[in-house]
Design a protein around this ligand. Structure first.
Ligand SMILES: Cc1ncc(COP(=O)(O)O)c(C=O)c1O
Length: 413
């Protein structure tokens, strides 16, 4: 049997997708023009499918900090912090992140994926129990596979279900560790963290919140949904990424846990991989300083995404449950989603096509992400193209429509 024959179904699905126009997993930008525009298939298109929520990838301060760090310390560290040493800026970035969150300590990782993989697989040992939201990101699921703990899924965003499942563990040995996200990456809904934190307190569990999509976009100071809902003191570990609002790559964990530094010599995805290169660390320090001192970026992305979300809902699109920097459009089925995604790209709007099994509830989604760098004109232009394509393909007023979405203050088609 051929080695890759186990992927025959996947190959067939990919061929069917590509037959709809393009291969959505192999989109190639010929040139990146700015945080919101790129050249694709020979012409300029609007980027509504990045996670560049604050638009910092072309920020002058971040670029010059990155270039200075590159010149000063070279292109790479060529090894891990444990085996090959920590650079001054690694330690400085950890200090700045801990200060930003008002926590005692921070640990940075080479990606956000590795931050989840490392933290969760290390703190959850053989006798422990991991209780994860059913809609968790792949990095959380993969961390569970790497951990020796028992893994229990609770119903998406359902604190009562979580409490029931924790209740069944009350006489068992080991720690109970709850893992959830601030904002969920597919539908853009936020976690019911007040309810979850109250269950955590009642049951004496540990709580980990992944704020990958909420750092910079939510909370008065940009610290995410934990800050916004006033539960920061209940959260034992906040996980985050540098690859979205901070416009670079990397991940982190912050905590008040005494002995937190012990994790550095226990956490394999931290120990056995090269540390972040100077240019990345330099730009992230600058980006963090930007968001610490400038609340207008977060405000701008909330305003723009709220406007787009309400206008799309008003037109009859079935949108996700709440306005956020991620605006998801639920399509009637996979074929409609593929057609919609291709048609948008034909008209110069790049979004993400998200299909089962990568989506919650087996939904076929067009996932749009909004950036503080999008101009009003770009938002209006993407909106009118989405409405026009929605009408052409007859996906408006679908049965999936979210009737609870509020009417927009102003709608332009
Ligand atoms: C919720 C969540 N956590 C973690 C990650 C991984 O982040 P990174 O891209 O920095 O590895 C992602 C990436 O999309 C995510 O959506």
């Amino acid at each position: 049997m051929a080695l890759l024959s186990k992927f025959d179904d996947m190959r067939a699905a990919l061929q069917a997708l590509a037959a709809g126009g393009r291969n959505p997993f192999d989109v190639r930008f010929e040139k990146i023009l700015s945080a919101t525009e790129a050249v694709l298939e020979g012409r300029s298109c609007l980027l509504f499918g990045t996670n560049n929520y604050l638009g910092l990838t072309f920020d002058e301060t971040c670029i010059s900090a990155s270039v200075s760090a590159l010149r000063a310390a070279g292109t790479g560290t060529t090894g891990s912090r444990i085996a090959n040493g920590t650079y001054g800026d690694h330690a400085l970035l950890e200090q700045r992140i801990a200060e930003f969150y008002g926590k005692r300590a921070a640990m940075i990782f080479t990606t956000g994926y590795q931050a989840n993989l490392g933290l969760i697989s290390t703190v959850a040992g053989r006798d422990d129990h991991l209780l994860i939201d059913a809609d968790s990101h792949a990095s959380i699921y993969d961390a569970c596979k790497l951990s020796a703990a028992e893994v229990i899924r609770f119903r998406h965003n359902d604190a009562e279900d979580l409490a029931r499942r924790l209740g069944r563990l009350k006489n068992s040995a080991g720690n109970c560790i709850i893992v959830t996200e601030g904002i969920f990456s597919m539908l853009g809904d936020s976690a019911k963290l007040r309810e979850i934190a109250s269950v955590k307190r009642e049951m004496g569990a540990t709580l980990i919140v992944d704020e990958a999509h909420s750092l910079g976009t939510r909370g008065k100071h940009g610290r995410g949904v934990c800050e916004e809902l006033g539960v920061e003191s209940d959260v034992d570990f906040v996980v985050g990424t540098f690859s979205k609002s901070l416009g670079a790559i990397g991940g982190f964990v912050v905590s008040d846990l005494p002995d937190f530094d012990l994790l550095r010599i226990a956490c394999r995805p931290y120990m056995f991989t090269a540390s972040l290169p100077p240019a990345v660390v330099g730009s992230v320090i600058a980006a963090l300083s930007r968001i610490s001192t400038d609340a207008s970026l977060g405000e701008r992305v909330r305003q723009s995404s709220g406007k787009l979300y309400r206008a799309l809902a008003h037109e009859g699109f079935a949108v996700g449950p709440e306005p956020n920097a991620i605006v998801a459009l639920k399509m009637p089925d996979r074929e409609a989603a593929v057609r919609f995604w291709n048609r948008l790209l034909d008209r110069g709007v790049y979004t993400n096509l998200a299909l089962p099994p990568a989506t919650p509830g087996s939904l076929s989604l067009i996932r749009c992400s909004i950036s503080a760098a999008h101009s009003d004109a770009q938002i209006e232009s993407a909106l009118s193209i989405m409405i026009a394509v929605g009408r052409e393909l007859g996906v408006l007023d679908s049965e999936l429509k979210n009737t609870s979405a509020p009417a927009p203050a102003r709608v332009r088609a």
